[in-house]
Design a protein around this ligand. Structure first.
Ligand code: ZN
Length: 221
C-alpha cells in the first residue's frame, strides 16, 4: 500500500493489447500510475480472451512482482496502465495479533481475479484506515461491507464464487472498485485523511481508529 513510485509519462495506448505489450516490454516491477491518470477513472475492459494464456501468465507475473515490491496486498491492472478487469491479491497478514483480531485480518494466499464482482452479505460495516498504491503518501478510513460474496474467474478459467469477511473482503472491494474507475478516496471519510509521513502511522497503529475519529472528527459507524 505504500512505497516510492516513479511517474508514468507518455501517451496511453488505446488498445488493451498494446497496453499489455508496453508493460511486458517495460521494467519490472512496473511503474504504478497515480491518481489523476485517466486509466484509473475508466471502467476496465472485461477479460474475454483477448490475451493468450502466455500473455496472461506473463502479465500476472509482472503484477505479482510489482505488488510485492511496492509492497501491497492487491494490485489492479489499471494501476500499471492497463484498462483490463484483472487484479491480483495476496496478504501475508499482520504481525500484531491484536490488530489481526480487530480487523479480522487473516492471511490471503496469492490469487488472480478476472472480471471480479462483489455484493454485500448482511448489513455489517467495518471502518479502518487503508491506503492505495495509486494515491501515494496518504491513508484514510473507509467504511466497507464486512462480508461480501465474490464472483470472478481465476487465471485457469475456473469460476470463483465465495464469501469473504474482514480484511479479505476489504481487499477484494478495493481492487474490484479499481476496475470500475473508483478509488478509495471516493468513499473515504475525508476528515480521516492522514499523510503517510505524518500521522497515518500513529492512527493506523490503533486496532480500531477510535482516537483518530474522536480527534479528527469523523464517524466510525
Ligand atoms: Zn488501490
Amino acid at each position: 500500500m505504500t512505497g516510492p513510485v516513479p511517474a508514468v509519462t507518455g501517451p496511453q495506448p488505446r488498445d488493451v493489447r498494446d497496453q499489455v505489450r508496453r508493460v511486458l516490454d517495460g521494467p519490472v516491477p512496473a511503474p504504478i500510475v497515480q491518481a489523476g491518470h485517466p486509466v484509473l477513472r475508466a471502467v476496465a475492459e472485461p477479460c474475454d480472451g483477448q490475451l493468450s494464456a502466455a500473455e496472461l501468465g506473463a502479465l500476472v507475473e509482472v503484477m505479482r512482482t510489482t505488488m510485492r515490491a511496492a509492497p501491497g496486498v492487491g494490485l489492479a491492472a489499471p494501476q500499471i496502465g492497463i484498462s483490463l478487469a484483472l487484479a491480483v491479491v495476496e496478504d501475508p497478514g499482520p504481525v500484531d495479533p491484536e490488530i489481526a483480531t480487530a480487523r479480522e485480518r487473516r492471511p490471503l494466499a496469492f490469487r488472480v481475479l478476472l472480471n471480479p464482482r462483489y455484493e454485500a452479505v448482511g448489513v455489517d460495516r467495518a471502518a479502518f484506515y487503508e491506503g492505495c498504491l495509486s494515491v501515494h503518501g496518504w491513508s484514510a478510513v473507509v467504511r466497507r461491507h464486512r462480508t461480501v460474496r465474490l464472483t470472478a474467474t481465476d487465471e485457469t478459467g475456473a469460476p470463483v464464487d465465495e464469501v469473504l469477511t474482514g480484511w479479505q473482503a476489504r481487499i477484494v472491494q478495493h481492487e474490484t472498485d479499481h476496475l470500475n474507475g473508483r478509488l478509495y478516496i471516493d468513499v473515504a471519510e475525508l476528515r480521516s485523511l492522514a499523510a503517510t509521513d505524518g500521522m497515518a502511522a500513529v492512527w493506523a497503529s490503533e486496532p480500531h481508529p477510535r482516537t483518530a475519529a474522536g480527534i479528527l472528527g469523523f464517524p466510525l459507524v
